[in-house]
Design a protein around this ligand. Structure first.
Ligand code: RUQ
Ligand code: CUA
Length: 623
């Protein structure tokens, strides 16, 4: 049975579609022309807000915020509550500021890609709490990357993962970082490379969810297993925790299995699903050899291996799915609804035991909505994502209403609402998706800023708003702006991180590292040349590098400083070389000396009074 009628939204759904139409036609109710949107009401509210976000010169913020950089391919780091941008961590995109994507190792990591689309940072967890070790981030191009929080550097880009297509619902980790999860937003015939006509979409295209294993000591990602899913569009996920540990939840839209103009074709039914996956059972089934190898990965087919996947009916086109800190509740909303549904994990288990099903999709049982839901909370229009605070507080972003609703788990009362300027997408509360949320601060990640800043032309910055949630009445404290385009972000207590500030010399095991200027120089084997270079205030040694036209040249740069903040760069003109070495770091870059002549190189990072003197010449002799 495919068509199943739920009574819960039809009227509201139409109203919302009309409201969206109004937004599209340019009369957005949330942003009338010239309006300046929400701000603290009075001068005294403003001075309280100012004091709450003011970090005196030399003082430090209480939290780090890690924001995805969307299609910039990067991760942005802020301090909270100041909302000061502290650093940019390049992940999927070359970043000249740190030389990322220019040296041999980072270039190899990027492969043939010069972009990525990062939506969801996922801090590593131990027992459901951030442990401050790594940050995983997804890329739509089927990849997941690991940033080491010891030095805030990207250490691994894994993928593209076979069979996955459009990796949006990622890189969510399980409570002990056993796995980083992925899912296909755009179903395709698998393995990749298979061609099937679009009109066979409903049968020949497949959704896929994938589990990447995380090595517990090193954080190294490797391919775990996959599950074959119906060709829906998998959108977001969250791992079960505590009561629901061992489960994973994924929203999906387009249960119509439609193609073409999805705006119309995928909004025919009155509900979609949240897929509930027993990942521990999936792991066990893989261990018992129940997977088929497709595209080089072991893939479970729920038709052949029942008991692993169930579908929970949910309001139409759900977006976020978020598990409460105790793991008892799963919150998911149709993104055009006026309510958010709270599902009860225990009831889900009971319904599974009692086979309380209303149908199936490709052999996957559909649970009965009424049997598994606890409440429909009237949060407001367009609920997208939910975060949590202490004392059972929950915060849901409302795209259509352009607001955040605060409500309580268990009593289901809506306590407060605060308008966002404008059109909030994700939101993030301090440790707000862990087993132990802090409350205090919430940041709304808004899609539009409508000129709440000095004009910078049509490419407007993204806007984030800091909200004080230390009292039950929410208060907007601060507007912050960034490059495109934060989606999700996470906020972690600053004292959980202990970044190093120099690479200790004893840890540098690079085979081409040298620590004394007398070891610097050129060695040659045929037309392969190795140049060992020392950078230290205020000389690049050697100051002359001579090679022959046609040589393949590998330059190994070691910054022998052990002093904080003494970075050196290496810019080589006309050869598109731009490397930065941190104190104690060695990097190599390889190029073909295919242009004869004299090419200056110089230190690009201002490092000392004689920084400008830190220069030399590459001599490429003709044949
Ligand atoms: S998404 S606005 Cu790409 Cu995480 Cu929700
Ligand atoms: Cu070294 Cu400037």
């Amino acid at each position: 049975m495919r068509q199943q009628r739920g009574a819960w939204i039809v009227g509201g759904y139409l109203a919302v579609v009309m409201a969206l139409g109004a937004l599209q036609s340019g009369c957005a109710p949330s942003a009338p022309k010239g309006a300046k949107g929400a701000k603290p009401a009075s001068a005294s509210d403003q001075s309280v807000a100012a004091m709450k976000t003011y970090i005196a010169p030399g003082d430090l913020d209480e939290y780090y915020l890690f924001a995805s950089g969307g299609h910039s391919g990067q991760v942005y780091v802020y301090g909270v509550p100041s909302m000061r941008h502290l650093s940019t961590i390049p992940v999927y995109t070359p970043y000249p500021a740190t030389g990322y994507g220019f040296d041999d190792d980072s270039k190899a990591m990027l492969g043939n890609f010069t972009w990525g689309d990062v939506h969801h940072p996922s801090l590593s967890e131990t027992q459901g709490d951030y442990d401050g070790r790594w940050l995983f981030v997804n890329d739509m191009n089927g990849r997941v990357a690991r940033v080491d929080l010891r030095d805030f550097k990207t250490k691994q880009i894994f993928g593209p993962v076979p069979n996955i297509s459009g990796n949006h619902a990622s890189a969510f980790v399980t409570p002990n970082t056993e796995y980083s999860m992925m899912a296909s937003r755009f179903s395709i015939p698998i393995p990749k490379g298979t061609v099937a006509p679009i009109d066979k979409y409903a049968t020949d295209y497949k959704g896929v969810v994938a589990a990447l294993k995380v090595e517990p000591k090193s954080g190294e990602l490797s391919l775990g297993w996959e599950i074959l899913m119906p060709p829906f569009d998998y959108d977001l996920g969250d791992a079960g925790k505590k009561a629901s540990d061992g489960w994973m939840f994924w929203t999906c839209y387009n249960s119509e299995r439609a193609t073409g103009k999805l705006e119309v074709t995928s909004t025919q039914r009155d509900r979609d699903y949240i897929a509930a996956i027993d990942w521990k059972a999936a792991e066990k089934a893989i261990g018992e050899g129940k997977g088929d190898v497709i595209g080089g990965v072991k893939v479970l087919d729920p038709k052949k291996v029942p008991g692993i996947v169930y579908l929970m009916p949910c309001g139409k086109s759900p977006h976020g799915v978020d598990v409460s800190p105790d793991g008892k509740w799963i919150v998911g909303s149709g993104k055009l609804q006026g309510v958010t549904t709270v599902f009860n994990f225990e009831k889900i288990q009971t319904a599974i035991r009692n086979k309380d099903f209303t149908g199936e999709e490709d052999g996957i049982p559909v649970l009965k909505y009424e049997s598994i839901k606890d409440a429909e909370v009237p949060v407001g229009l367009g609920p997208l994502h939910t975060q949590f605070g202490p004392n059972n507080l929950a915060y849901t972003s409302l795209f259509v209403d352009s607001a955040i609703a605060e409500w309580r788990l268990g009593t289901w009362e809506v306590i407060d609402k605060v308008p966002m300027s404008y059109s909030i997408g994700h939101l993030t509360a301090a440790e707000g998706d862990t087993v132990d949320p802090d409350g205090k601060y919430l940041v709304g990640l808004n899609k539009l800023s409508h000129g709440r800043h000095l004009s910078v032309g049509p490419s407007q910055p993204e806007s984030s708003q800091l909200v004080d949630i230390s009292d039950e009445k929410m208060k907007i404290l601060y507007d912050a702006f960034t490059e495109p385009e934060p989606h999700y972000a996470q906020i972690i207590k600053a004292d959980k991180l202990h970044p190093i500030e120099v690479y200790p010399k004893e840890e540098n095991k690079h085979p081409l590292a040298i620590w004394d200027v007398k070891d610097a120089g050129v060695t040659r084997q045929g037309n392969k040349v190795i140049v060992k270079v020392v950078e230290v205030r205020s000389t690049i040694t050697p100051t002359e590098i001579e090679v022959n036209e046609g040589d393949t040249v590998t330059v190994a740069l070691t910054n022998i400083e052990q002093t904080t903040d003494e970075l050196h760069g290496f810019g080589l003109l006309d050869y598109n070389v731009n490397i930065v070495v941190d104190p104690g770091e060695t990097k190599t870059f390889t190029f073909k000396a295919d242009k004869k002549g004299i090419y200056p190189y110089y230190c690009t990072n201002f490092c000392s009074a004689l920084h400008q003197e830190m220069q030399g010449y590459l001599i490429v002799k003709g044949r």
